[in-house]
Design a protein around this ligand. Sequence first.
Ligand code: TYD
Ligand code: MG
Length: 452
Amino acid sequence: MAKTKTAFFCQNCGTQYAKWVGQCSSCKEWNTIVEEVVQKEDKKSWKTDTVAKQANKPLRVSEITQEKELRLDTLDQEFNRVLGGGLVPGSLTLLGGEPGIGKSTLLLQIALKLPYKILYVSGEESQRQIKMRADRIQPNSENCYILTETKTQNIFQQISTIEPDLVIIDSIQTLHTDYIESAAGSISQIRECTAELIKFAKESHTPVILVGHITKDGTIAGPKILEHMVDTVLQFEGDRNYVYRILRSLKNRFGSTAELGIYEMQGSGLREVNNPSEVLISKNEEDLSGTAIAATVEGMRPLLIEIQALVSTAVYGTPQRSATGFNAKRLNMLLAVLEKRAGFKLGAKDVFLNITGGISVDDPAIDLAVMAAILSSNSDIAIEKGVCFAAEVGLAGEIRPVQRVDQRIIEAEKLGFSKIFVSKNNKIGLKKTGIQIQKVSKIEDVVAHLFG
Ligand code: TYD
Ligand code: MG
Protein backbone atom coordinates (compact mmCIF):
# COMPACT_ATOMS: atom_id res chain seq x y z
CA MET A 1 0.00 0.00 0.00
CA ALA A 2 1.20 3.45 -0.81
CA LYS A 3 2.35 5.47 2.11
CA THR A 4 -0.01 8.37 2.83
CA LYS A 5 1.72 11.57 2.12
CA THR A 6 1.25 14.55 4.37
CA ALA A 7 2.29 18.15 4.12
CA PHE A 8 1.91 21.25 6.22
CA PHE A 9 -0.29 24.11 5.03
CA CYS A 10 -0.74 27.60 6.31
CA GLN A 11 -4.48 27.97 6.98
CA ASN A 12 -4.25 31.66 6.25
CA CYS A 13 -2.50 31.88 2.90
CA GLY A 14 -2.21 28.29 1.72
CA THR A 15 1.59 28.08 1.57
CA GLN A 16 2.85 24.50 1.72
CA TYR A 17 5.70 23.41 3.99
CA ALA A 18 7.57 20.13 4.27
CA LYS A 19 7.74 20.38 8.05
CA TRP A 20 5.97 22.24 10.80
CA VAL A 21 7.01 25.80 11.56
CA GLY A 22 5.64 28.25 14.09
CA GLN A 23 5.32 31.23 11.78
CA CYS A 24 4.37 31.21 8.14
CA SER A 25 7.25 32.76 6.24
CA SER A 26 4.90 33.92 3.52
CA CYS A 27 2.11 35.75 5.38
CA LYS A 28 3.87 36.09 8.75
CA GLU A 29 0.93 34.67 10.72
CA TRP A 30 1.71 32.63 13.82
CA ASN A 31 0.30 29.17 14.58
CA THR A 32 -1.51 28.74 11.31
CA ILE A 33 0.42 25.72 10.03
CA VAL A 34 -1.58 22.49 10.10
CA GLU A 35 -0.66 19.06 8.87
CA GLU A 36 -2.94 17.71 6.17
CA VAL A 37 -3.00 14.49 4.22
CA VAL A 38 -2.36 15.09 0.58
CA GLN A 39 -3.01 12.92 -2.42
CA LYS A 40 -0.22 10.79 -3.70
CA GLU A 41 1.01 12.62 -6.71
CA ASP A 42 1.54 10.92 -10.01
CA LYS A 43 5.15 11.38 -10.90
CA LYS A 44 4.72 11.96 -14.60
CA SER A 45 7.15 13.90 -16.65
CA TRP A 46 5.65 16.77 -18.61
CA LYS A 47 7.23 15.26 -21.71
CA THR A 48 5.02 12.19 -21.67
CA ASP A 49 1.97 14.40 -21.22
CA THR A 50 2.66 16.48 -24.25
CA VAL A 51 2.62 13.49 -26.56
CA ALA A 52 -0.84 12.49 -25.38
CA LYS A 53 -3.21 12.00 -28.28
CA GLN A 54 -5.85 14.54 -27.38
CA ALA A 55 -3.53 17.37 -26.52
CA ASN A 56 -4.70 20.82 -27.58
CA LYS A 57 -2.83 22.48 -30.38
CA PRO A 58 -1.97 26.16 -30.40
CA LEU A 59 -4.06 28.24 -32.82
CA ARG A 60 -3.60 31.73 -34.18
CA VAL A 61 -5.99 34.18 -32.54
CA SER A 62 -7.54 34.83 -35.95
CA GLU A 63 -8.17 31.12 -36.40
CA ILE A 64 -10.17 30.71 -33.23
CA THR A 65 -13.82 30.66 -34.09
CA GLN A 66 -16.18 32.13 -31.61
CA GLU A 67 -19.83 31.47 -31.45
CA LYS A 68 -22.03 34.21 -30.16
CA GLU A 69 -21.48 34.06 -26.44
CA LEU A 70 -24.66 32.80 -24.88
CA ARG A 71 -25.29 33.87 -21.36
CA LEU A 72 -27.76 32.43 -18.96
CA ASP A 73 -30.16 35.17 -17.96
CA THR A 74 -30.69 34.97 -14.20
CA LEU A 75 -33.92 37.04 -14.38
CA ASP A 76 -32.43 39.24 -11.67
CA GLN A 77 -31.45 42.60 -13.18
CA GLU A 78 -28.96 43.46 -10.47
CA PHE A 79 -27.27 40.05 -10.51
CA ASN A 80 -27.05 40.13 -14.32
CA ARG A 81 -25.59 43.60 -14.22
CA VAL A 82 -22.82 42.62 -11.82
CA LEU A 83 -22.00 39.51 -13.83
CA GLY A 84 -21.77 41.59 -16.97
CA GLY A 85 -24.95 40.28 -18.60
CA GLY A 86 -25.66 36.86 -17.09
CA LEU A 87 -23.91 33.62 -16.27
CA VAL A 88 -21.40 32.33 -18.79
CA PRO A 89 -21.79 28.60 -19.52
CA GLY A 90 -19.06 26.57 -17.87
CA SER A 91 -18.03 29.37 -15.53
CA LEU A 92 -17.42 29.24 -11.81
CA THR A 93 -18.73 32.13 -9.75
CA LEU A 94 -17.77 32.59 -6.12
CA LEU A 95 -20.11 34.58 -3.89
CA GLY A 96 -18.56 35.74 -0.63
CA GLY A 97 -20.02 37.68 2.26
CA GLU A 98 -20.37 37.85 6.01
CA PRO A 99 -22.61 35.34 7.77
CA GLY A 100 -26.27 36.35 7.74
CA ILE A 101 -25.88 38.94 5.01
CA GLY A 102 -28.19 37.03 2.65
CA LYS A 103 -26.03 34.89 0.36
CA SER A 104 -28.22 31.81 0.66
CA THR A 105 -31.34 33.93 0.29
CA LEU A 106 -30.07 35.58 -2.89
CA LEU A 107 -29.10 32.33 -4.56
CA LEU A 108 -32.22 30.45 -3.52
CA GLN A 109 -34.32 33.32 -4.79
CA ILE A 110 -32.59 33.21 -8.16
CA ALA A 111 -32.95 29.44 -8.26
CA LEU A 112 -36.68 29.61 -7.58
CA LYS A 113 -37.34 32.19 -10.27
CA LEU A 114 -35.50 30.55 -13.14
CA PRO A 115 -37.30 28.33 -15.62
CA TYR A 116 -34.27 26.04 -15.98
CA LYS A 117 -33.42 22.92 -14.04
CA ILE A 118 -31.36 23.91 -11.03
CA LEU A 119 -29.58 21.87 -8.42
CA TYR A 120 -29.13 23.71 -5.13
CA VAL A 121 -26.69 21.79 -2.96
CA SER A 122 -26.60 22.81 0.67
CA GLY A 123 -24.14 21.54 3.21
CA GLU A 124 -25.34 23.95 5.86
CA GLU A 125 -29.11 23.66 6.09
CA SER A 126 -31.55 20.77 5.94
CA GLN A 127 -34.05 20.39 3.11
CA ARG A 128 -36.83 21.47 5.47
CA GLN A 129 -35.04 24.63 6.50
CA ILE A 130 -34.53 25.50 2.86
CA LYS A 131 -38.19 24.77 2.15
CA MET A 132 -39.17 27.17 4.94
CA ARG A 133 -37.03 29.86 3.40
CA ALA A 134 -38.39 29.09 -0.07
CA ASP A 135 -41.93 29.56 1.27
CA ARG A 136 -41.00 33.02 2.48
CA ILE A 137 -39.55 33.92 -0.86
CA GLN A 138 -42.59 32.50 -2.67
CA PRO A 139 -42.29 31.90 -6.44
CA ASN A 140 -42.12 28.12 -6.11
CA SER A 141 -40.64 26.41 -9.04
CA GLU A 142 -40.91 22.82 -10.21
CA ASN A 143 -37.40 22.99 -11.60
CA CYS A 144 -35.44 23.64 -8.47
CA TYR A 145 -33.96 20.57 -6.78
CA ILE A 146 -32.59 20.79 -3.26
CA LEU A 147 -29.87 18.38 -2.20
CA THR A 148 -28.26 18.26 1.21
CA GLU A 149 -24.93 16.61 0.62
CA THR A 150 -21.31 17.42 1.29
CA LYS A 151 -19.40 14.71 -0.55
CA THR A 152 -18.47 15.80 -4.05
CA GLN A 153 -18.65 12.26 -5.47
CA ASN A 154 -22.28 11.96 -4.34
CA ILE A 155 -23.06 15.40 -5.71
CA PHE A 156 -21.67 14.46 -9.11
CA GLN A 157 -23.73 11.30 -9.06
CA GLN A 158 -26.92 13.33 -8.51
CA ILE A 159 -25.85 15.79 -11.16
CA SER A 160 -25.56 13.00 -13.70
CA THR A 161 -29.12 11.84 -13.00
CA ILE A 162 -30.76 15.28 -12.79
CA GLU A 163 -28.61 16.99 -15.45
CA PRO A 164 -29.16 20.52 -14.15
CA ASP A 165 -28.57 23.69 -16.17
CA LEU A 166 -27.15 25.45 -13.14
CA VAL A 167 -25.49 24.14 -9.98
CA ILE A 168 -25.38 26.16 -6.77
CA ILE A 169 -23.11 25.02 -3.93
CA ASP A 170 -23.76 26.47 -0.47
CA SER A 171 -20.93 26.49 0.64
CA ILE A 172 -17.54 25.40 -0.69
CA GLN A 173 -16.18 25.17 2.87
CA THR A 174 -18.59 22.33 3.71
CA LEU A 175 -17.61 20.11 0.78
CA HIS A 176 -15.21 17.22 0.97
CA THR A 177 -13.84 14.81 -1.55
CA ASP A 178 -12.81 11.19 -1.04
CA TYR A 179 -9.44 11.74 -2.62
CA ILE A 180 -8.19 13.91 0.20
CA GLU A 181 -8.29 12.89 3.81
CA SER A 182 -8.13 16.18 5.63
CA ALA A 183 -11.20 17.77 7.20
CA ALA A 184 -13.82 19.73 5.26
CA GLY A 185 -12.93 23.38 5.08
CA SER A 186 -9.19 22.78 5.13
CA ILE A 187 -7.01 24.29 2.44
CA SER A 188 -6.38 21.09 0.52
CA GLN A 189 -10.08 20.09 0.59
CA ILE A 190 -11.22 23.47 -0.68
CA ARG A 191 -8.63 23.39 -3.43
CA GLU A 192 -9.43 19.87 -4.53
CA CYS A 193 -13.23 20.28 -4.41
CA THR A 194 -13.00 23.50 -6.41
CA ALA A 195 -10.76 21.79 -8.95
CA GLU A 196 -13.32 18.99 -9.35
CA LEU A 197 -16.13 21.49 -9.81
CA ILE A 198 -14.12 23.45 -12.36
CA LYS A 199 -13.51 20.26 -14.30
CA PHE A 200 -17.22 19.45 -14.21
CA ALA A 201 -18.21 22.99 -15.24
CA LYS A 202 -15.79 23.18 -18.15
CA GLU A 203 -16.64 19.73 -19.47
CA SER A 204 -20.41 20.02 -19.21
CA HIS A 205 -20.68 23.78 -19.92
CA THR A 206 -22.81 24.12 -16.81
CA PRO A 207 -22.35 27.29 -14.78
CA VAL A 208 -21.61 26.71 -11.10
CA ILE A 209 -22.09 29.23 -8.30
CA LEU A 210 -20.21 28.69 -5.04
CA VAL A 211 -20.86 30.36 -1.73
CA GLY A 212 -17.69 31.17 0.16
CA HIS A 213 -17.36 32.04 3.83
CA ILE A 214 -15.51 35.10 4.91
CA THR A 215 -12.87 35.30 7.61
CA LYS A 216 -12.94 37.92 10.32
CA ASP A 217 -10.78 40.31 8.34
CA GLY A 218 -13.17 40.22 5.40
CA THR A 219 -11.37 37.99 2.92
CA ILE A 220 -12.83 34.78 1.57
CA ALA A 221 -11.87 31.91 3.88
CA GLY A 222 -9.43 29.48 2.39
CA PRO A 223 -6.45 30.06 0.24
CA LYS A 224 -6.16 33.01 -2.10
CA ILE A 225 -5.79 30.33 -4.74
CA LEU A 226 -9.57 29.80 -4.60
CA GLU A 227 -10.08 33.28 -5.97
CA HIS A 228 -7.53 32.58 -8.69
CA MET A 229 -9.25 29.37 -9.72
CA VAL A 230 -12.77 30.69 -10.23
CA ASP A 231 -13.82 32.98 -13.08
CA THR A 232 -15.80 35.51 -11.12
CA VAL A 233 -15.65 36.63 -7.50
CA LEU A 234 -18.65 38.50 -6.15
CA GLN A 235 -19.00 40.04 -2.75
CA PHE A 236 -22.25 40.65 -0.94
CA GLU A 237 -21.93 43.36 1.64
CA GLY A 238 -23.88 45.75 3.78
CA ASP A 239 -24.67 46.48 7.37
CA ARG A 240 -26.82 43.75 8.88
CA ASN A 241 -28.74 46.32 10.88
CA TYR A 242 -29.88 48.10 7.74
CA VAL A 243 -31.89 46.79 4.84
CA TYR A 244 -29.61 47.68 1.94
CA ARG A 245 -27.16 45.19 0.49
CA ILE A 246 -24.57 45.82 -2.17
CA LEU A 247 -23.34 43.18 -4.58
CA ARG A 248 -19.94 43.93 -6.05
CA SER A 249 -17.68 42.08 -8.37
CA LEU A 250 -14.06 41.80 -7.26
CA LYS A 251 -12.92 39.78 -10.25
CA ASN A 252 -14.70 39.08 -13.49
CA ARG A 253 -13.21 37.29 -16.46
CA PHE A 254 -16.26 38.12 -18.57
CA GLY A 255 -17.12 41.68 -17.69
CA SER A 256 -16.30 44.82 -15.83
CA THR A 257 -15.70 44.85 -12.08
CA ALA A 258 -17.07 48.37 -11.82
CA GLU A 259 -20.69 47.27 -11.87
CA LEU A 260 -22.70 47.16 -8.70
CA GLY A 261 -26.04 45.70 -7.67
CA ILE A 262 -28.26 47.01 -4.89
CA TYR A 263 -30.85 45.01 -2.96
CA GLU A 264 -33.20 45.65 -0.12
CA MET A 265 -33.74 42.85 2.43
CA GLN A 266 -37.43 42.39 3.08
CA GLY A 267 -39.53 39.87 4.94
CA SER A 268 -40.02 38.03 1.69
CA GLY A 269 -36.46 37.92 0.45
CA LEU A 270 -34.33 40.42 -1.39
CA ARG A 271 -35.87 43.08 -3.58
CA GLU A 272 -33.90 44.57 -6.47
CA VAL A 273 -33.40 48.30 -6.10
CA ASN A 274 -33.33 49.72 -9.60
CA ASN A 275 -33.30 53.41 -8.70
CA PRO A 276 -31.18 53.54 -5.53
CA SER A 277 -30.95 57.32 -5.33
CA GLU A 278 -34.64 57.61 -4.66
CA VAL A 279 -34.56 55.34 -1.65
CA LEU A 280 -31.34 56.67 -0.14
CA ILE A 281 -32.57 60.22 0.17
CA SER A 282 -35.11 60.86 2.89
CA LYS A 283 -38.05 62.93 1.80
CA ASN A 284 -38.34 65.41 4.62
CA GLU A 285 -40.70 68.26 3.98
CA GLU A 286 -39.18 70.46 6.66
CA ASP A 287 -35.83 72.10 6.25
CA LEU A 288 -33.39 70.36 8.55
CA SER A 289 -29.96 71.71 9.25
CA GLY A 290 -27.01 69.36 9.03
CA THR A 291 -27.97 67.38 5.95
CA ALA A 292 -26.47 67.63 2.49
CA ILE A 293 -26.87 65.55 -0.65
CA ALA A 294 -23.82 64.20 -2.46
CA ALA A 295 -23.79 62.99 -6.05
CA THR A 296 -21.45 60.02 -5.96
CA VAL A 297 -20.56 57.27 -8.41
CA GLU A 298 -20.24 53.74 -7.07
CA GLY A 299 -18.54 51.65 -9.70
CA MET A 300 -20.36 52.72 -12.84
CA ARG A 301 -23.53 53.77 -11.12
CA PRO A 302 -24.40 57.32 -10.19
CA LEU A 303 -25.95 57.46 -6.76
CA LEU A 304 -27.30 60.35 -4.75
CA ILE A 305 -26.82 59.91 -1.04
CA GLU A 306 -27.71 61.91 2.01
CA ILE A 307 -25.07 62.95 4.51
CA GLN A 308 -26.01 64.00 8.00
CA ALA A 309 -23.76 65.82 10.41
CA LEU A 310 -24.19 66.90 13.98
CA VAL A 311 -21.88 69.49 15.48
CA SER A 312 -22.27 70.22 19.16
CA THR A 313 -20.19 71.68 21.95
CA ALA A 314 -17.94 69.05 23.48
CA VAL A 315 -18.96 68.14 27.01
CA TYR A 316 -15.75 66.34 27.80
CA GLY A 317 -12.23 67.61 27.43
CA THR A 318 -11.45 65.84 24.18
CA PRO A 319 -14.01 66.41 21.45
CA GLN A 320 -15.49 63.32 19.86
CA ARG A 321 -15.33 62.62 16.16
CA SER A 322 -17.29 59.76 14.81
CA ALA A 323 -18.22 58.75 11.28
CA THR A 324 -20.47 55.98 10.01
CA GLY A 325 -20.03 55.01 6.37
CA PHE A 326 -17.21 57.54 5.90
CA ASN A 327 -13.50 57.32 6.65
CA ALA A 328 -12.88 58.86 10.07
CA LYS A 329 -9.37 60.01 9.11
CA ARG A 330 -10.77 61.83 6.12
CA LEU A 331 -13.34 63.49 8.37
CA ASN A 332 -10.57 64.76 10.62
CA MET A 333 -8.74 66.09 7.60
CA LEU A 334 -11.80 67.95 6.35
CA LEU A 335 -12.35 69.43 9.81
CA ALA A 336 -8.76 70.64 9.88
CA VAL A 337 -9.25 72.29 6.49
CA LEU A 338 -12.40 74.04 7.74
CA GLU A 339 -10.53 75.24 10.81
CA LYS A 340 -7.43 76.46 9.03
CA ARG A 341 -8.74 77.69 5.68
CA ALA A 342 -12.24 78.84 6.42
CA GLY A 343 -11.76 79.99 9.99
CA PHE A 344 -14.37 77.83 11.68
CA LYS A 345 -13.62 76.98 15.28
CA LEU A 346 -14.46 73.32 15.36
CA GLY A 347 -11.61 72.24 17.63
CA ALA A 348 -13.81 72.24 20.74
CA LYS A 349 -16.83 70.66 19.07
CA ASP A 350 -18.07 67.10 18.88
CA VAL A 351 -18.67 66.11 15.26
CA PHE A 352 -20.77 63.13 14.24
CA LEU A 353 -21.21 62.13 10.63
CA ASN A 354 -23.55 59.59 9.16
CA ILE A 355 -24.34 58.39 5.67
CA THR A 356 -27.95 57.33 5.62
CA GLY A 357 -29.03 53.87 4.51
CA GLY A 358 -26.10 52.15 6.21
CA ILE A 359 -23.96 52.19 3.12
CA SER A 360 -20.34 53.18 3.15
CA VAL A 361 -18.78 55.36 0.51
CA ASP A 362 -15.15 55.99 -0.31
CA ASP A 363 -15.69 58.23 -3.30
CA PRO A 364 -13.69 61.44 -2.60
CA ALA A 365 -16.37 63.39 -4.47
CA ILE A 366 -18.54 63.44 -1.36
CA ASP A 367 -16.04 65.68 0.49
CA LEU A 368 -17.85 68.87 -0.36
CA ALA A 369 -21.22 67.51 0.77
CA VAL A 370 -19.63 66.35 4.05
CA MET A 371 -18.27 69.85 4.64
CA ALA A 372 -21.56 71.46 3.72
CA ALA A 373 -23.44 69.21 6.16
CA ILE A 374 -20.98 70.07 8.94
CA LEU A 375 -21.21 73.81 8.25
CA SER A 376 -24.98 73.62 8.08
CA SER A 377 -25.18 71.90 11.44
CA ASN A 378 -22.63 74.25 12.96
CA SER A 379 -24.57 77.37 11.95
CA ASP A 380 -27.95 75.64 12.31
CA ILE A 381 -28.99 76.90 8.89
CA ALA A 382 -30.53 74.36 6.55
CA ILE A 383 -29.14 73.99 3.07
CA GLU A 384 -31.63 75.10 0.46
CA LYS A 385 -33.78 72.32 -1.02
CA GLY A 386 -32.77 70.97 -4.39
CA VAL A 387 -29.03 71.56 -3.89
CA CYS A 388 -26.43 68.82 -4.21
CA PHE A 389 -22.65 68.57 -4.32
CA ALA A 390 -20.01 66.71 -6.32
CA ALA A 391 -16.46 67.76 -5.58
CA GLU A 392 -13.35 66.75 -3.69
CA VAL A 393 -11.74 69.15 -1.22
CA GLY A 394 -7.97 69.50 -1.07
CA LEU A 395 -5.77 70.37 1.89
CA ALA A 396 -5.57 74.00 0.83
CA GLY A 397 -9.35 74.28 0.88
CA GLU A 398 -9.48 74.19 -2.91
CA ILE A 399 -12.41 72.49 -4.61
CA ARG A 400 -11.07 69.80 -6.88
CA PRO A 401 -12.55 68.20 -9.96
CA VAL A 402 -14.01 64.68 -9.86
CA GLN A 403 -14.35 61.98 -12.47
CA ARG A 404 -17.59 61.24 -14.35
CA VAL A 405 -19.04 64.60 -13.45
CA ASP A 406 -21.49 64.51 -16.38
CA GLN A 407 -23.01 61.30 -15.11
CA ARG A 408 -23.49 62.84 -11.67
CA ILE A 409 -25.11 65.95 -13.12
CA ILE A 410 -27.51 63.89 -15.23
CA GLU A 411 -28.53 61.79 -12.24
CA ALA A 412 -29.09 64.88 -10.07
CA GLU A 413 -31.18 66.46 -12.77
CA LYS A 414 -33.19 63.28 -13.24
CA LEU A 415 -34.06 63.30 -9.56
CA GLY A 416 -35.31 66.85 -9.71
CA PHE A 417 -32.38 68.74 -8.19
CA SER A 418 -32.08 72.36 -9.24
CA LYS A 419 -28.47 73.17 -8.40
CA ILE A 420 -25.22 71.22 -8.22
CA PHE A 421 -21.91 72.50 -6.85
CA VAL A 422 -18.87 71.35 -8.82
CA SER A 423 -15.26 72.45 -9.12
CA LYS A 424 -14.41 75.32 -11.44
CA ASN A 425 -11.76 73.12 -13.01
CA ASN A 426 -14.10 70.26 -13.81
CA LYS A 427 -14.55 69.84 -17.57
CA ILE A 428 -18.23 69.39 -18.29
CA GLY A 429 -19.13 67.82 -21.58
CA LEU A 430 -22.85 68.39 -21.32
CA LYS A 431 -24.26 70.98 -23.70
CA LYS A 432 -27.63 71.84 -22.24
CA THR A 433 -28.85 71.03 -18.78
CA GLY A 434 -31.96 71.86 -16.84
CA ILE A 435 -29.97 72.06 -13.64
CA GLN A 436 -27.94 75.04 -12.54
CA ILE A 437 -24.25 74.19 -12.38
CA GLN A 438 -22.56 76.24 -9.68
CA LYS A 439 -18.81 76.34 -10.22
CA VAL A 440 -16.70 77.02 -7.17
CA SER A 441 -12.97 77.09 -6.58
CA LYS A 442 -12.52 77.58 -2.83
CA ILE A 443 -14.37 76.43 0.27
CA GLU A 444 -15.02 80.09 1.14
CA ASP A 445 -17.00 80.48 -2.11
CA VAL A 446 -19.24 77.61 -1.08
CA VAL A 447 -19.82 79.16 2.35
CA ALA A 448 -20.71 82.48 0.72
CA HIS A 449 -23.16 80.80 -1.66
CA LEU A 450 -24.85 78.68 0.97
CA PHE A 451 -24.97 80.85 4.05
CA GLY A 452 -23.76 84.20 2.72
P1 TYD B 1 -28.96 34.14 4.79
O1 TYD B 1 -29.31 34.05 3.36
O2 TYD B 1 -29.16 32.91 5.62
O3 TYD B 1 -27.47 34.62 4.98
P2 TYD B 1 -26.10 33.90 4.62
O4 TYD B 1 -26.40 32.72 3.77
O5 TYD B 1 -25.33 34.98 3.93
O6 TYD B 1 -25.48 33.53 5.92
O7 TYD B 1 -29.78 35.38 5.37
C1 TYD B 1 -30.09 35.45 6.66
C2 TYD B 1 -30.75 36.71 7.08
O8 TYD B 1 -31.67 37.24 6.14
C3 TYD B 1 -31.50 36.38 8.30
O9 TYD B 1 -30.92 37.08 9.36
C4 TYD B 1 -32.91 36.79 8.06
C5 TYD B 1 -32.87 37.58 6.80
N1 TYD B 1 -34.01 37.28 5.91
C6 TYD B 1 -35.01 38.24 5.73
O10 TYD B 1 -34.96 39.33 6.30
N2 TYD B 1 -36.04 37.96 4.87
C7 TYD B 1 -36.14 36.79 4.20
O11 TYD B 1 -37.09 36.58 3.43
C8 TYD B 1 -35.11 35.80 4.40
C9 TYD B 1 -35.18 34.48 3.71
C10 TYD B 1 -34.08 36.10 5.26
MG1 MG C 1 -26.14 30.69 4.20
